[in-house]
Design a protein around this ligand. Structure first.
Ligand SMILES: CC(C)(COP(=O)(O)OP(=O)(O)OC[C@H]1O[C@@H](n2cnc3c(N)ncnc32)[C@H](O)[C@@H]1OP(=O)(O)O)[C@@H](O)C(=O)NCCC(=O)NCCS
Length: 260
């Protein structure tokens, strides 16, 4: 197994988070590629883990904290680490050391850029991106927002701990209509799927539903809202991880339309 730098020849795999085999992923559009194209000149690091047969099994992506969705100084932030764990498609690559090697490669890379530490997010419950996995690798919890934990590993004694940026406001509603508000950033195909589904579902109700897109790839927009991804139907937040199905989103909109 080896860790390599991402180059655009691997775009087919990377832009869909190694799920090029998945039908669902086809709904994610080209948002991650657009995000990559914007962030590659802003310090984005992407590394891939390749097995001895040349198959890509894992990826990590990290950005200077100033470009991320947390608050901090002179740090990097890991947006995502993913070692393909499904049997379907390319197969399960987990528990072979790819995760550990990717994390080390990212840490070595950012240390060489002279930053004072690296941060990551995780879930306190034992599913999806487990905070405990980072703890095992020397990361310490610094902040929490409901079940989502912010962790970090300082490299120097004078490093300043990062903080979550929390939601600052709720979408404005259009009187007499159902308002569907979708926040889109691009970094996560699962969230991009939610955006695409919500947009499509909203369009089925004609002028009864207003669809508002809030593009948080622009960091000032993100800072104004304190939300990077998310979906609201009127002022009710819809859970987006894992992505709700198209039918589920449509049903929720329909319920509100009936109340108009
Ligand atoms: C967390 C994650 C990155 C770890 O990747 P991984 O490649 O499985 O990690 P590693 O192989 O380095 O370590 C995992 C375990 O495998 C074990 N392991 C490593 N090499 C091994 C080997 N050759 N044989 C057996 N076990 C091995 C490690 O000891 C470790 O065990 P532990 O968990 O009991 O400590 C991966 O599980 C993952 O992608 N999870 C989902 C994350 C996610 O949701 N990402 C999206 C966020 S946006």
């Amino acid at each position: 197994m080896k860790i390599i730098d991402f180059t655009e020849e691997y775009g087919k795999e990377y832009f869909c988070c190694l799920e090029d085999w998945s039908e669902e992923m086809k709904e994610a559009g080209d948002h991650k590629e657009n995000w990559y194209n914007k962030m590659k000149d802003k310090g984005l690091g992407v590394k891939l883990a390749v097995d001895d047969n040349g198959k890509i099994g894992g990826m990590i992506q990290y950005l200077p904290v100033e470009q991320s969705f947390i608050e901090g100084k002179n740090l990097y932030f890991i947006h995502c680490i993913w070692v393909h764990g499904y049997k379907k498609g390319r197969g399960n690559f987990q528990k072979r050391g790819m995760g550990k090697a990717l994390l080390k490669a990212a840490e070595d890379d950012v240390k060489s850029k002279g930053v004072k530490g690296i941060a990551a997010w995780g879930i306190s419950l034992p599913f999806w991106m487990k905070a405990s996995w980072f703890k095992k690798h020397g990361y310490k919890k610094v902040d929490k927002d409901r079940g989502t934990v912010l962790l970090w590993k300082p490299f120097t004694e004078n490093a300043v701990p990062p903080k979550w940026i929390k939601q600052k406001k709720k979408p404005e509603l259009v009187p007499g209509k159902v308002t569907v508000t979708s926040f889109i950033n691009g970094w996560c195909p699962a969230q991009n799927i939610v955006y695409e589904r919500a947009k499509r579902a909203a369009s089925e109700f004609g002028d009864k539903v207003v669809f508002q897109e809030i593009n948080t790839m622009d960091r000032d927009v993100f800072l104004e809202w304190g939300m990077v991804d998310g979906l609201f139907i009127d002022n009710k937040s819809v859970r987006t991880g894992p992505p709700p199905s198209y039918d589920k989103i449509k049903k929720k909109i329909k319920k509100r339309v009936k109340k108009l």
